[in-house]
Write a protein that binds this ligand. Structure first.
Ligand code: CA
Length: 508
């Protein structure tokens, strides 16, 4: 395709210049986010031109398609998931609002009736739908409180698991997505199921990532009216792998597992903070197999875009809802912690001819994604007032104007509130808050009575594997600086820690 010089102008500039409606020039957007895919699990970080931008070694994974995609993308080395857990992430991404306002403060299940995507929230898909986009959602949603609404068995939950975690999302709760092939949450990777646009259930008996890619390719080809013919589209693809379980060939493709099956722990675990005596140490081979499988399927989407001539006018994002600790830091909880393996996520964004491929250190937060993507699509005037994050598109676009870059990103960890007489969880307890700056990771955790539980400070420059918690009593100036930045972030977010004065009540 010939390169036209003025294509570098943002679409908003074209509109301002009086060019009127240019619907055919609105870019398509494809947002791909596998679950639990850590930033360190991308092979290119080990090649010299990328390794120079980070202070750690990447996992011994094979990701040939992401390697090539990175060369065409802005690759953010320090993007984080503000609340690194499935449902809260999805709420933030979809609404541009932090958990207290998106409605999703905890992982959604039937015992947590108050944690659910707000019906009245304006989602990125609502905005794009209103601007003429065809919006499609494929894969794991995990943003609704499960209710007894099985379309094939009204009055019943979609399975007999208790508490129910999976959910069917009826049309009125799809927030502008008019093509639907999704489910709540379900972790049998070779026995997935989905409800389609009409609420019909499908059980394809196939590895979910390959099957969802087939559906994504069908959406792109649009042979059965999956989307409006002459309209731009927004396709969200939420693969579940490399999410656990990662225990057997039931969880991944054998061709991918064969790449790792002969590797011992010394080869598999390159991070010096990993404890391979943990029960889950054997999981790495299956985890990496899923990473390679996701890489291949993501590549099939890129190939189809190219074949259809859509690559140049499509913004493609590859990211994840959170990472995976994978035996690092002595924890067997893969997520929901501020450790870099959990908190730092991949974020690659390709927009040919509009952005210059490079590694960038912008501290992008989940909450910034909605305003940034809308702005990159030339729709900055339609960013809803409810959106809390920043439009960081000027930092990503090649000819972007100056913008204030974030000096830190907020970290949120909530746990269950009290249970009522029926055993249902009411509210949430805000057990920890923290920030990531360009140099440090900082977290404060409290006990149920509101007193101090722990302070964590890592020097991410001199201790990139976060093996030495700095004693805050010995570094008062650093502590004061980080506390000030955290307090400002909590105030800016009107977080419950700010509203309830939690930080001020702590004795350090
Ligand atoms: Ca997740």
């Amino acid at each position: 395709m010939p390169k036209i010089k003025n294509i570098l102008l943002p679409l908003s500039s074209l509109a301002l210049a009086g060019c009127g409606q240019v619907p055919d020039q609105k870019p398509n957007i494809i947002y791909v986010f596998p679950d639990q895919f850590r930033n360190q699990a991308m092979e290119f970080w080990n090649s010299p031109e990328y390794a120079a931008h980070v202070l750690w070694q990447a996992d011994p994974v094979q990701t040939p398609r992401l390697n090539a995609f990175a060369d065409e993308s802005v690759v953010l080395s320090r993007a984080v998931s503000n609340c690194p857990l499935s449902s809260p992430y999805r709420g933030i991404f979809l609404t541009g609002m932090l958990p207290e306002r998106s409605g999703i403060t905890l992982n959604c299940n039937a015992e947590r009736p108050e944690s659910s995507l707000r019906d009245d929230a304006v989602c990125i898909s609502d905005v794009l739908n209103a601007q003429g986009y065809s919006c499609g959602y494929i894969g794991k949603l995990h943003a609704d409180h499960p209710t007894p609404n099985d379309p094939a068995n009204p009055g019943h939950y979609v399975s007999d698991r208790r508490p129910e975690w999976d959910a069917y999302t009826p049309a009125e709760k799809r927030h502008g997505y008019t093509y639907w092939y999704s489910y709540g949450t379900f972790d049998e990777h070779k026995n997935p199921h989905y409800w389609d646009t009409d609420g019909v259930r499908h059980d394809p008996k196939a590895w979910s990532v390959g099957h969802e890619t087939d559906k994504a390719i069908e959406f792109l080809r649009n042979e059965n009216g999956q989307r409006k013919k002459d309209a731009p589209f927004f396709l969200t693809i939420a693969y579940n792998p490399p999410h656990s379980p990662y225990e057997s060939l039931d969880d991944c493709m054998e061709e991918d597992y064969n790449l790792y099956k002969e590797m011992g722990y010394k080869q598999l675990y390159v991070r010096p903070n990993a404890d391979t005596t943990l029960w889950k140490a054997g999981a790495a081979r299956y985890y990496f197999a899923n990473v390679t499988g996701v890489d291949r399927e993501f590549g099939r989407i890129l190939d189809e875009l190219e074949r259809l001539g859509l690559s140049d006018n499509t913004i493609v994002v590859f990211t994840s809802d959170h990472g995976e600790t994978m035996c690092s830091q002595g924890t067997d909880d893969p997520k929901n912690s501020i450790y870099t393996e959990s908190f730092n996520v991949p974020f690659l964004i390709r927009y040919p001819e509009k952005i210059r491929p490079r590694v960038d250190t912008t501290l992008l937060s989940t909450v910034d994604i909605m305003p940034t993507l809308l702005s990159m699509a030339g729709l900055s005037e339609y960013i809803p007032e409810s959106a809390e994050g920043r439009d960081l598109s000027p930092a990503l676009m090649e000819n972007g104007k100056e913008c204030d870059l974030p000096d830190c990103a907020l970290y949120i960890r909530n746990v269950n509130g009290e249970r009522d007489a029926d055993g249902l969880v009411r509210g949430f307890f805000p057990v920890a808050r923290g920030i990531k700056t360009h140099t440090h990771t900082f977290e404060i955790a409290i006990k149920r009575d509101g007193t101090l539980k722990s302070v964590t400070i890592f020097d991410d420059i001199n201790d990139p594997y976060q093996m030495h918690n700095i004693d805050y009593t010995r570094e008062p100036a650093l502590m004061e600086q980080l506390l000030g930045m955290l307090a400002a972030k909590l105030e800016e977010s009107d977080d419950i820690w700010h509203k309830n004065g939690i930080l001020n009540k702590l004795n350090f």
